[in-house]
Design a protein around this ligand. Structure first.
Ligand SMILES: [Cu+2]
Length: 187
């Protein structure tokens, strides 16, 4: 619990920083009047997810709507990603069942992702789609499609050159086949 609390405090501080800077500029920066504190109750919660070979640590099973996910990568060699799809309301199959579908059936079922966050081993977060914020309540599939064993730089270069969707890069089975997926409920 202490760890969760520490994260929340840090996230609140980060979210409040731009407002604090704006207020400092407006007030001319010259006086020593205290800057009013941001309303911490309305700041979005940030959940920092640690990506490992092959899974997501610190990802709850449910989060409130408006929660922002962020990622770090503790792997020694593997690029990882957090791709979040909001499953259709009428969809009743589990994420696990869906991921057993053949790719040509799976991708249309999942549709367009709400957010895509990547990170190379030890590297900074790359927000490829959205900023990690999940605003709409519902059931989400959280999936890593990175092919096992692919060189992070090779994949990221291919992704930068790809107009839409995930790049086609040779490699082993996608990480989700090794268990790198989760189901998340946004309430
Ligand atoms: Cu992965």
């Amino acid at each position: 619990m202490a760890l969760v609390h520490a994260r929340r405090v840090r996230a609140t501080w980060r979210a409040a920083l731009p407002l604090a800077l704006a207020l400092a500029l407006l007030s001319g920066c010259s006086d020593d009047e205290p800057v009013p504190e941001d309303d911490t109750e309305t700041a979005p919660e940030v959940v920092e997810v640690e990506m490992i070979d092959f899974g997501y640590l610190d990802l709850p099973t449910s989060v409130p709507a408006g929660t922002q996910l962020s990622v770090t990568n503790s792997s020694e060699a593997e690029l990882h990603e957090l791709v979040a799809f909001r499953l259709p309301d009428e969809e009743e199959r589990s994420t696990q069942d869906l991921l057993e579908l053949p790719p040509e059936e799976l991708m249309p079922t999942l549709g367009a992702p709400e957010t895509v966050l990547l990170a190379a081993p030890g590297g900074p977060q790359i927000a490829a789609v959205g900023d990690g914020t999940l605003t709409e309540p519902g059931r989400y599939a959280i999936v890593c499609f990175i092919p096992t064993g692919v060189e992070p730089a090779v994949y990221l270069e291919a992704a930068a050159a790809s107009d839409e969707g995930p790049p086609q890069v040779d490699g082993g089975p996608p990480h989700f086949a090794q268990g790198m997926y989760r189901e998340l409920v946004v309430e």
